[in-house]
Every structure is written in C-alpha cells, then in structure tokens.
Design a protein around this ligand. Structure first.
Ligand code: AMP
Ligand code: GLY
Length: 431
C-alpha cells in the first residue's frame, strides 16, 4: 500500500522512515519532503503543499492513509477536506485544531473542563493588558493568540519587558492576526516535559515521554528556538506523574472535546510544567507531534506505526499497546548559520552518515541538488541515537554528529543535561 506524509521537517522524515519499515507498505510519499526523504529508500518526495492538490494526489495515487506532520495544514482544514472526499487521514479537524491555533480557545477549554493550567486573562486592548500586567507584577508570560511559529511567547522577567511585548503584539501588530489578541498568564515554575498521545476521538494511546531544549545555546541560554534537541523518556515524568497527567489532563481533554462536539482525532501534544511535588500544569497544546521530540520517540518505537495509525483511524486505540525500546534515545539538532533570526540557506553539508538500526540522521531543512545535500532553512538536521542510558545515547549521538560539517553550523553540546544530572547513572524508570 501507499502512504502520504505531509510536511518537510525532521518530524516528517522520522514518521515516513518508520512507516516505510512496515511490511505492508510499498511507498511513502512525502509532500514536499526534504533532502533526507529524497535519499531514503522507500520514500518519494512529491512537490505539493496546497491542500486541494494534496487531496487530488492522494485520490489519484490511491493512498491508503495520509498523516499530517505540521500544524499549519491542520489549522487550515486539511483533515476536513480529505474526509469530505472520503480519503483516510490522521489528524484533527480544523475546529479541533484550535487547541493549538488559538491560545484563547485552549485556555477557555481548559478552564471549562477543569484542566490544570496557568491563571490567565485575554486582551485585545493594549491599555487594559498593561494595567493587568502592572497589577500582577513580573515574572509574567505574554502570548500571541494565534499561530506564530513558536515565536509568539514572551516569558517576561520585568513589567517593562511584558509591556513591551504587549505593545509589539497589539500595538504594532507584529504577528498580524495571530497577535490581534494576547493571552497574559501566570509564570509557572518547574521542569517542562512533552507528553504526546494518539487520539481516536474517544480513546488515547500515550506515546513515550520526551523533553525538548528550546534555547539556542548550552546551559539553556540564548534565544528561544523551535527546539535544539530532545530525548526520550523524560525522567521527570515518573510513573506516578504519568498516571496523574493521564487522569488530570489528557483524558479530560479528550472527553471535553467530545462533549463540546469537537471529537479530537490525531496526535495531541501537551506541553507540561511539572513542579517539585509532581503537580503538572498544561503550558500549551499542540495538535501534532513535536519537532524534534518525534525523532527520538520514533527511534524508540518498536511497534509497527502503521498498525497504531490504523487503530487510531478505526477508533480502536483502547485495544492496543505500543512497544517501546527500553533504551533512551537522544536527538541533537544542527542548525544553520543565523538561526533562529535569519537562517542562511545553500551551504554544502559534508560528513552525513547513513546511520544504523540504533542511530539515524533525520533531515529537516535540507535539499538535494544532484548528489549533494544543501542547507535549506533553520533547523537542518537532527542526529539521533539510542543508548542504554541518556549518557550513552548522548555520547553516541555526538559521535554521529562529529563528522558533519557545514559553514556556520550551530549545535548545543549539552542535550539531555537535566536527565544526566538527575540520574547520575541510575536506570531509567520513566516511560
Ligand atoms: P508555548 O508556545 O505556550 O509552549 O510557550 C513556549 C515556551 O514558553 C514554553 O515551552 C515554556 O518554556 C514557556 N512558557 C509558556 N508558558 C509559560 C508559563 N505560563 N510559565 C512559564 N513558562 C512558560
Ligand atoms: N519542540 C516543540 C514543538 O514541537 O512544539
């Protein structure tokens, strides 16, 4: 059978690579894909991004199932369009994708269904927003309401910084419509984790937990990025925390969406803040898998991903379990010169390795020109490896990254530092 993965990042490379290993799959199309998916056996890039063209392609090629990687086509209604044509697709409908595409929608939903999250208010008037910030004091968090490619959140350490963020979003319309409303919320403390599940509208299958590294530089310094590396599992999600997150956040979310008439199908990503007592609050929902979290998660997945997706589409996720490699996986992002502000494109990448069963170089912003691979955007590669401990996975991923070279490349050297510190060699109990 033929499958279609929509997107062009490292997440989509990992999903398509895994799907191509399924014994029943002949071909995985990736639209539009990247230099890595172009080189991968069993995958074929298709230069399409427009929803109508993708649907026509899926119908023409008799694609058995389409999986959507990024949020933009989901927020634009790709799932509704495919379903209307009778095409099988895994992802949330446009109305359900508002859990990510509108922070205000997500916050109102969480309050309505008593799902733990930071206290907040929503504003369209800059003066009212500034007054609220002055009353609350700092630190405080200012978020553009709509999709802003991970750049619409300012964790302000002072009232002046928060006020400037409000003026930028509401006054100067820096994010256009996405910033026409802002959510201002309490600043939470603790450790973050990514909790990603598959939903079929009624049931949930939890994937392995993970942790992302958002800042550009070692020691969590520098600007926020889309993610400079990730590993799985996240030790902060102990079995007890896992059970609480399912009970207090994930299951009420899926039940709440169904009750509100917007049954949630697709990957659901809850960004969590977990405090020292193990209380988890939801920082955000994403209506997709994480990038780069997907790359280590997929490397640990032993089950056939196609089978899991088939259960998700059939509404029978309650009847299966996913099998995970007991080892840890860790992915190091190699980013372009100038990332995140203005990444340079077109640099020649050398030293790429094919990987082994336990390691893989997933491509993100790359393109193939003849036989050479060139950089084509911000996050270029995610070098991912399994290891018996986070420390081993870290060592192996950096060994795989060592020969890779391109001008101006940027990478962090401390991916997994929290888990290495917490564990000091002890075995991993987290999922
Ligand atoms: P979001 O896009 O909402 O996940 O926000 C991006 C990042 O901002 C998160 O991963 C956190 O690091 C940080 N952040 C968001 N909301 C809060 C909050 N209420 N308290 C502390 N940090 C936050
Ligand atoms: N790595 C963060 C995200 O995918 O949103």
């Amino acid at each position: 059978m033929k499958l279609l993965v929509v997107g062009s990042g490292g997440r989509e490379h990992a999903l398509a690579w895994k799907l191509a290993q399924s014994p029943r799959v002949q071909m995985v199309f990736v639209a539009p894909g990247n230099g890595g998916t172009a080189l991968e056996p069993g995958l074929q890039n298709v230069p399409l991004t427009n929803i109508k063209s993708l649907a026509e392609f899926a119908a023409r090629e008799n694609v058995y199932l389409t999986v959507v990687g990024p949020e933009a086509p989901l927020a634009a209604g790709i799932v509704d369009d495919f379903r209307a044509r009778g095409l099988r697709i895994f992802g949330p409908a446009k109305a359900a994708a508002q859990l990510e595409s509108s922070k205000d929608f997500a916050k109102r939903f969480m309050v309505r269904h008593a799902i733990p999250t930071a206290r907040y208010e929503t504003f369209t008037d800059p003066d009212a927003a500034v007054k609220y910030i002055e009353e609350q004091g700092a630190p405080i968090v200012v978020k553009a309401d709509g999709l802003a490619a991970g750049k619409g959140v300012v964790v302000a350490q002072s009232v002046a910084e928060a006020t400037a963020a409000v003026r930028m979003m509401l006054g100067d319309k820096h994010f256009g419509e996405a910033g026409a409303r802002v959510v201002i919320e309490e600043c939470l403390e603790g450790e973050e984790a990514s909790f990603i599940v598959m939903c079929d509208g009624a049931h949930v299958l939890a994937l392995a937990t993970s942790q992302d590294h958002k800042r550009l530089k070692d020691g969590d310094e520098g600007p926020n990025t889309g993610g400079m590396g990730a590993y799985s599992p996240a030790p902060v999600v102990t079995p007890k925390v896992h059970a609480r997150v399912m009970r207090e956040i994930i299951l009420p979310t899926v039940a709440g969406m169904a009750k509100d008439g917007l049954p949630y199908t697709g990957f659901l990503y809850a960004g969590l803040m977990i405090d020292k007592q193990g209380n988890a609050k939801t920082l955000e929902f994403n209506c997709r898998m994480g990038d780069p979290e997907t790359q280590p998660i997929i490397l640990r997945l032993k089950s056939d991903l196609l089978e899991l997706l088939e259960h998700a589409v059939a509404g029978t996720l309650d009847t299966i379990e996913a099998q995970w490699d007991r080892r840890c996986a860790l992915g190091v992002v190699i980013a372009a010169s100038g990332y995140p502000e203005s990444p340079r494109k077109g640099d020649l990448i050398e030293g790429l390795d094919k990987g082994t069963d336990d390691t893989h170089v997933f491509h993100a912003a790359t393109r193939l020109e003849g036989k050479t691979v060139l950089t084509d955007g911000g996050r270029v590669l995610c070098v991912t490896a399994l290891g018996d401990s986070v420390r081993m996975a870290h060592k192996r991923a950096y060994e795989l990254a060592a020969p890779i070279r391109f001008p101006g490349m940027q990478l962090r050297h401390d991916i997994g530092h929290r888990a290495m510190r917490d564990m000091s060699g002890a075995s991993v109990k987290a999922r």
